[in-house]
Design a protein around this ligand. Structure first.
Ligand code: SF4
Ligand code: SF4
Length: 358
């Protein structure tokens, strides 16, 4: 039996068990794919077999009821086969072409929006935010929800010059793809950890706390009777590693933490090689629950890109063509000394980048 074949009960079952039969039959032999309309893809195999995917938006965090609804629709039209994409979209995998139009009609009737393909803005890749991680400077889900609500018109349409990928990472550890996205939302800390000396001596092991710092910024407190540590602020790079070890050294500061925007990165090798994102807006204060300043700044970049870029140009390619100076000018973003990395500073400090320059 399947149970007897199991080697371990750790980890998920093998993915091949979840492939639709047409994908299994043509595994490794898919010839091409095309986008039929926003949100609908057709993959064609060498054998002539085909499969259709309808990509729809998901709110990323699903309720049980939403998950049941999606499963119910998949049972009805896709023999139960469906998938989540790496950008938290949801795809219905339709092997029977006759079911495509009825599925589209049901999605429209249920108000489930399709899109996220081709020249669109698809769902935002993001990290964990205030609820799930300990070192964020900003929230993740909240910012993403506000930004994507505002840009929703670009999800179900192909009106942009090329695909536009947005990502968010809530601290510089960058669990999100902010280093290589067309527009990246990055949480930045601008102060070293706060040390609660009275708590530290009860909560933390001083040697492990000192050892946790990658830059050697933490030292034993010079007054041995205090039994705590001190941070050499000029060496601290606001990474939060010490807080992982020692809960008496929180990094978050409601007044100082905030959003930076980076632009022009991409992973794709098409036309030009992959590109890194670069700093556009050094700092926007945290403003929950809807982050209006962040939303407006991103919308402005999107609109100027949509107006100014040639067809197929990604954001970074558009900026390269018009020049960074022009980019700052058309997007009405002030160019400040925070935009200049000065690596001469690296001789005696780690502080070469913008979040140390406030
Ligand atoms: Fe945590 Fe930073 Fe990753 Fe956000 S980006 S989940 S704060 S480590
Ligand atoms: Fe060291 Fe990072 Fe803590 Fe700063 S935040 S003291 S660099 S571990």
């Amino acid at each position: 039996s399947e149970e007897a074949e199991r080697i371990t009960d750790i980890g998920p079952p093998h993915y091949s068990k979840f492939l639709p039969p047409v994908v299994k039959d043509n595994y490794g032999k898919w010839k091409y794919h095309e986008i039929l309309e926003p949100g609908i893809l057709r993959h064609v195999a060498e054998s002539g077999d085909e499969i259709f995917s309808i990509r729809v938006a998901s709110p990323r965090i699903l309720t049980t009821l939403q998950a049941r609804d999606l499963a119910e629709i998949s049972d009805k039209y896709c023999e139960g086969f469906m998938r989540f994409t790496s950008r938290h979209n949801f795809e219905f995998l339709v092997s029977d072409k006759s079911k495509l139009e009825p599925l589209k009609a049901e999605l429209a009737q249920r108000g489930i929006p399709k899109g996220g393909t081709g020249h669109s803005i698809t769902n935002i890749v993001h990290t964990q935010g205030w609820i799930h991680c300990h070192t964020p400077a900003i929230d993740a889900s909240g910012v993403v929800k506000a930004v994507m609500d505002d840009l929703f018109e670009y999800f179900g349409s192909h009106q942009l010059p090329a695909q536009l990928r947005i990502s968010l990472a809530c601290c510089l550890n960058m669990c999100g793809a902010v280093h290589c996205s067309d527009i990246a939302i990055l949480g930045v800390h601008r102060t070293p950890p706060h040390i609660a000396h009275d708590k530290l001596r009860h909560l933390c092991e001083i040697p492990t706390t000192i050892a946790s710092c990658p830059t050697g910024a933490i030292r034993p407190h010079p007054d041995k009777s205090i039994k705590s540590v001190v941070v050499n602020e000029e060496r601290c790079m606001y990474c939060g590693n010490c807080y992982t070890m020692c809960p008496a050294m929180p990094l978050f500061d409601a007044e100082k933490g905030g959003v930076a925007l980076l632009v022009g990165g991409k992973v794709s090798n098409a036309v030009n090689p992959p590109m890194f994102s670069r700093l556009a807006v050094p700092y926007i204060p945290n403003n929950p629950p809807r982050w209006p300043e962040t939303v407006q700044a991103i919308r402005k970049i999107v609109i100027k890109y949509a107006e100014g870029a040639n067809k197929w140009e990604r954001v970074g390619e558009w900026i390269q063509r018009i020049g960074w100076e022009k980019f700052f000018e058309v997007c009405d973003i002030p160019f400040t000394f925070q935009h200049i990395d000065d690596y001469r500073w690296a001789y005696d400090t780690y502080r070469t980048s913008m979040h140390f320059k406030f």
